[in-house]
Ligand binder design. Structure first.
Ligand SMILES: NC(=O)c1ccc[n+]([C@@H]2O[C@H](COP(=O)([O-])OP(=O)(O)OC[C@H]3O[C@@H](n4cnc5c(N)ncnc54)[C@H](OP(=O)(O)O)[C@@H]3O)[C@@H](O)[C@H]2O)c1
Length: 224
């Protein structure tokens, strides 16, 4: 599949590498290619500069948001959640008809500890679907650390749950098949994009668990 991953941070890199390993034609999107490739310092999380990652992944292309998704069948939103609408606006027409996998969380770091930056009723997933009605938005993978997204077996042998929310059944089917290639077996369809708020509001619990358990190797399991 032709896949564009919007985002050069931990999540964008992790998903782009995992998708390329599985034989997909992957492009990573960024605001400005020359600025991103010129960075020479580790990012805020200590990741090496993007150019170093890119040199290790010559099979993954890089393009500006405006060009990155021109012919993509599936686009992943792995941009900072409070800037995702701006990033997607920059992508523009490339989103029409595409499956848009939204893994972002809108978090406000201004007060120190991250806080949800969406209203009680709303969600970033719904905002994206409303702003880009021709995209087929599927919210998923936002309830875990990046490394767990592509290696669920690394937590509890893989016996935990990944949620999918979206209005387009065929888009959810494609995303479910993609998740299975990462090793996911408990893929729980919550229903329409209106359910994205429920999974976005798991973030405060995830952050509290990180503090209590001292590890990001955490998974939620729905026992039925
Ligand atoms: N880190 C995790 O383990 C994890 C787990 C679950 C969900 N998430 C969610 O996944 C998303 C990506 O997280 P991350 O940690 O990989 O990276 P991040 O630092 O949250 O986001 C980096 C990306 O956001 C873009 N960006 C930042 N400010 C922007 C702006 N003003 N306008 C347009 N684009 C902007 C950057 O563009 P440039 O490339 O131009 O710099 C970069 O591509 C976030 O929404 C996060 O909440 C993260």
């Amino acid at each position: 599949m032709r896949i564009t991953v919007l985002g050069t941070g931990t999540v964008g890199r992790t998903l782009a590498a995992a998708l390329a390993e599985r034989g997909h034609d992957v492009t990573v999107g960024t605001r400005d290619v020359s600025t991103t490739m010129a960075r020479s310092e580790p990012d805020a999380w200590g990741n090496p500069p993007f150019a170093a990652w890119s040199a290790d992944h010559p099979d993954v292309a890089i393009a500006a948001f405006a060009d990155a998704a021109a012919d993509a069948e599936l686009v992943v939103n792995a941009t900072a959640g409070t800037s995702s609408l701006a990033a997607l606006e920059a992508v523009g027409d490339g989103l029409a008809g595409a499956i848009l996998v939204d893994v972002a969380n809108a978090l406000d770091f201004s007060g120190g500890a991250p806080a949800l930056a969406v209203s009680d009723e709303g969600s970033l997933g719904q905002q994206i679907q409303a702003r880009f009605p021709e995209a087929r938005v599927v919210k998923t993978l936002n309830t875990m650390n990046a490394s767990v997204m592509v290696d669920p077996a690394g937590v509890g042998g893989g016996d935990h749950t990944v949620f999918v929310s979206g209005d387009d059944p065929q888009a959810k089917e494609v995303v479910t098949e993609l998740l299975a290639t990462f090793g996911w077996t408990d893929i729980l369809d919550l229903g329409g994009i209106g359910t994205a708020g429920a999974v976005e509001r798991l973030l405060p619990l995830w952050i509290a668990l990180l503090g209590t358990l001292g590890t990001p190797a955490i998974g939620f399991k729905v026992v039925r």
